[in-house]
Design a protein around this ligand. Structure first.
Ligand code: KIV
Ligand code: ZN
Length: 515
């Protein structure tokens, strides 16, 4: 194997992933995700879009300051102010990158940009040169590359290389290409463009036709050596190529695809759970690599085979992606040291204060629930990221439910240290609780999703409730677990309101808690 067989993993969970409706992460959540990506050996972390808002700028700058190993990239349109702002944010990184992009396809040039091909080439030359004056590491992307003719695409790539780009990304922005077409585009660019051998080519595939991972791997066959992807495949519309699928496909099928990545695969499950908790986007049960059922064998024939030899139906081991055998190991007699060990086995590294906090919540849970499973502990830690900054907290809740309606909720909220108690009734207990919350915190947001699922099995399982709120063009999702489904519902609604308040405040620092 030669050094050219090393594939650079460029993670864009915090940019393309966070960009999709409802996947917004708080500042704290972004820092947690970036720290884990760095720890697991991702080569490049695209931390955000600094010009988008002060909040995005701060997150990129802080990730740049904290990241130890990975290159930290920020995204910028082909606009001088964007590039300058991006340069300011990433300059704190040990290894900064500016990633700038412009559309190249006829349909984008004509309808979106209203520019000629020649004008776009001038923009590429000027903006890439501007970025290169700020940092040595510049990535240029040809947006909608897969719907751009090879002849013009080659001229655009050549212009970017001449202006100083060190990585050339050719995205399948609309998820339209087939693997053969995608591979052929890289072959053509590497053959035609002078200086192509001096830069790294990159894939960036969207999953509209379910081909994002296949296309990314086809890109490698065409000579690309960087893959842009996201944890759990989150991203615009149908999402991006899933990082865990790319990494495990390359690891499991080294015989067919002789490339390696620097990603520690045993942290993939941890990363999936963290991103799912931070975005409150559930992972589908049958999701490759990280879905709940990815290693479950249900049919009798499969189980029989597995008992005789794992390799009959298992192409990779659960342990290789960080799935530890789930067993009921913790209870109310478990001490702090055992709890710390358990967290470590599950892939968590908590600071002293966070550990103390998590242990207190674990004890509380163990008092209410006889068996505390790994999933309970994960829910307990993941749901808590950034919660200390919340301005609204649920202090107490009493609900009268049952066949004799109307159902009633008595709720006490703490808002910026002021306690308010209200009563409300509703068409069912959840409606009563949400009406009570609306009474204390008036708002116009629309409840777009209310979902409950059990964290583990058994009637004493914790309920994990997801709530999505939409207010104008702002969408937030929050997820909270509690042994009491109604308490989880109240806390999830309040957590979503906190996220909405944080989002409003990011756009307008004077914004009030209610709208
Ligand atoms: O899909 C896309 O084209 C992008 C670019 C900004 C790289 O996300
Ligand atoms: Zn994209």
């Amino acid at each position: 194997m030669t050094t050219t067989d090393r594939v650079v993993i460029f993670d864009t969970t915090l940019r393309d992933g966070e960009q999709c409706p409802g996947a917004t992460m708080t500042f704290e959540e972004k820092l947690e995700v970036a720290a884990l990506l760095d720890r697991m050996g991702v080569d490049i972390i695209e931390a955000g879009f600094p010009i988008a808002s002060n909040g995005d700028f701060e997150a990129v700058a802080e990730i740049a300051r904290r990241t130890r190993n990975a290159v930290v990239a920020g995204l910028a349109r082909a606009i001088p102010a964007d590039i300058a702002r991006c340069g300011e944010a990433v300059r704190f990184a040990q290894r900064p990158r500016i990633h700038t992009f412009v559309s190249t396809s006829p349909i984008h040039l004509q309808h979106q940009m209203r520019k000629t091909e020649e004008q776009v080439l001038e923009i590429i030359a000027a903006t890439v040169a501007q970025a290169r004056n700020l940092v040595d590491n510049v990535e240029w992307s040809a947006m909608d590359a897969t719907r751009t003719g090879h002849e013009y695409l080659a001229r655009a790539v050549e212009t970017a290389i001449k202006a100083g780009a060190t990585t050339i990304n050719l995205p399948d922005t609309v998820g339209y290409a087939t693997p053969d077409e995608y591979r052929a585009m890289f072959v053509a660019m590497r053959e035609r463009v002078p200086g192509a051998d001096k830069v790294t080519f990159s894939t960036h595939c969207h999953d509209d036709l379910g081909l994002a991972v296949a296309n990314s791997l086809a890109g490698l066959a065409g000579g690309a050596r960087q893959i842009e992807c996201t944890v759990n495949g989150i991203g615009e519309r149908a999402g991006n190529a899933a990082l865990e699928e790319v990494v495990m496909a390359l690891k499991t099928r080294r015989d067919a695809m002789p490339y390696e990545t620097g990603v520690e695969s045993t942290l993939l499950t941890r990363a999936s759970r963290l991103v799912s908790a931070a975005t409150s986007f559930p992972v589908q049960y049958n999701k490759a690599i990280v879905g709940k059922n990815a290693f479950a064998h249900e049919s009798g024939i499969h189980q029989d085979g597995m008992l005789k030899n794992n390799e009959t139906y298992e192409i990779m081991t659960p342990a290789s992606v960080g799935v530890t055998k789930t067993s009921l190991v913790m209870g109310k007699h478990s001490g702090r040291a055992a709890f710390k060990d358990k967290l470590k086995a599950l892939g968590y590294e908590l600071g002293e204060n966070a550990l103390q906090d998590a242990f207190a919540r674990f004890k509380d849970l163990a008092d209410r629930k006889k068996h505390v499973y790994d999933e309970d502990i994960e829910a307990l830690v993941d749901n808590q990221i950034g919660a200390s900054d919340d301005r609204i907290k649920v202090l107490s809740l009493t609900v009268i439910a049952g066949t004799l309606g109307p159902q009633q909720a008595t709720l006490t909220l703490d808002i910026d240290d002021v306690h308010t108690t209200v009563q409300a009734s509703g068409n069912g207990p959840v409606d009563a609780i949400f009406n009570a919350i609306r009474r204390v915190v008036p708002h116009e947001a629309n409840l777009a999703l209310f979902q409950v699922h059990a964290v583990t099995e058994g009637t004493d399982a914790q309920a994990e409730v997801s709530v999505r709120l939409e207010e104008g063009d702002k969408t937030v999702t929050a997820r909270v677990a509690d042994p009491d489904t109604l308490v989880a519902a109240a806390k999830a609604y309040v957590a979503a309101l906190n996220k909405l308040a944080a989002k409003r405040q990011k756009l307008n620092p004077q914004a009030a808690i209610s709208a």
